[in-house]
Design a protein around this ligand. Structure first.
Ligand code: NAP
Length: 299
């Protein structure tokens, strides 16, 4: 056993639904490392401001080794950090923080975690690497529901892979602001922002090869919600990926099953991003199998 004790954890609100503590505890055990993973429930700003500040002061004193960040703080934490990875700067959201060489370093493992899992789950249904098609007008379209922290990471990862994307949010200005930000980095892709409404989605559905739910609709304890509007069929020729992982089968996935559309939930992405975060904190690679095994009974 290592003498060094690792203090890991998660900042979020709510966080009761999270599996991260189970995953990282299993990872620590698999590598014979001493440590723990704690949940830090910090309310949305402005109420959570003081608590965030306290936590980062604590981290600077070396009392916390690494943190994950989830809803609603992925962007709120940025101003407390000393250094950002290139990817988190471009996504403008952080989900992993490490205290390294006296410096608070933030990065984002959601984008690569998503792509790694999509590669496995959607193999045979979609061509993931759209950049092989030189004319952007001929590249496939992905529709992303939601314009929050996770949607930013998903949009970024798909644009890097050459996709054209449409972002649909119930607050149109949120989708537009994300589109404008992405347009600055990805001049060769077609990026659109639309209202997440019945009429609009009916109109765009025909041209969609990949539909991603990056909203929190359907997530515990609101498992009866579906971000896809009621009474509208899903895009007929697409793969559906729901980032929500608790419950394991969401309302959107059930709709996809009924309409015979291949689909996957967010548990694989959760595992993939955890593998990458653990590597940043410890320099060690934990196998997906170890992590899946740790949550087998609750999935
Ligand atoms: P966030 O920053 O709070 O953003 C949530 C987005 O969802 C916002 O655009 C919000 O719109 C929208 N939204 C919430 N409820 C909605 C509803 N009923 N209908 C339509 N839109 C709705 O959260 P996030 O960090 O992006 O996370 C989003 C989801 O992804 C969460 O369920 C999270 O657990 C999941 N996630 C999973 C993984 C994984 O590894 N599988 C990783 C990251 C995130 P408003 O602003 O209008 O409320």
């Amino acid at each position: 056993m290592s003498k060094h004790y690792l203090h890991l954890g998660l900042i979020g609100y709510p966080i009761e639904h999270s599996y991260s503590a189970i995953l990282h505890t299993a990872a620590l055990k698999a590598h014979g490392l001493n440590g723990e993973y704690n949940l830090h429930k910090i309310p949305p700003l402005p109420d959570g401001e003081k608590k965030l500040e306290e936590l980062f002061n604590f981290m600077r004193e070396g009392e916390i080794t690494g943190l994950n960040v989830t809803i609603p703080h992925k962007r709120n934490v940025i101003r407390f950090l000393d250094k950002l990875s290139d990817i988190s700067t471009r996504i403008d959201a952080v989900n992993t923080i490490a205290f390294q060489n006296g410096c608070l370093f933030g990065t984002n493992t959601d984008a690569d975690g998503f792509l790694n899992d999509l590669k496995i789950k959607a193999a045979g249904y979609i061509v993931l690497e759209q950049s092989v098609i030189s004319d952007s007008a001929n590249r496939a379209n992905a529709l992303i529901l939601g314009a929050g922290g996770a949607a930013r990471a998903i949009a970024f990862s798909l644009l890097v892979s050459g996709w054209n994307i449409t972002i649909a949010a119930r607050k149109l200005e949120q989708a537009r602001s994300l589109m404008e930000n992405l347009n600055r980095h990805f001049v060769n892709s077609i990026i659109k922002a639309v209202d997440l409404s019945k009429n609009v989605l009916e109109e765009v559905a025909g041209d969609i090869s990949l539909l991603i739910n990056a909203t929190s609709a359907g997530m515990f304890p609101n498992a009866d919600l579906n971000s896809w509007p009621e009474g509208v069929s899903l895009p007929p020729e697409c793969f559906v990926y729901d980032l929500v992982y608790n419950p394991g089968i969401t309302k959107l996935m059930k709709q996809a099953e009924i309409e015979n559309i291949p689909n996957a939930g967010g548990i694989g992405m959760l595992v993939e991003q955890a593998v990458l975060s653990f590597e940043i904190w410890t320099g060690m690679h934990v196998s997906r199998e170890v992590l899946f095994e740790s949550i087998r009974d609750i999935m």
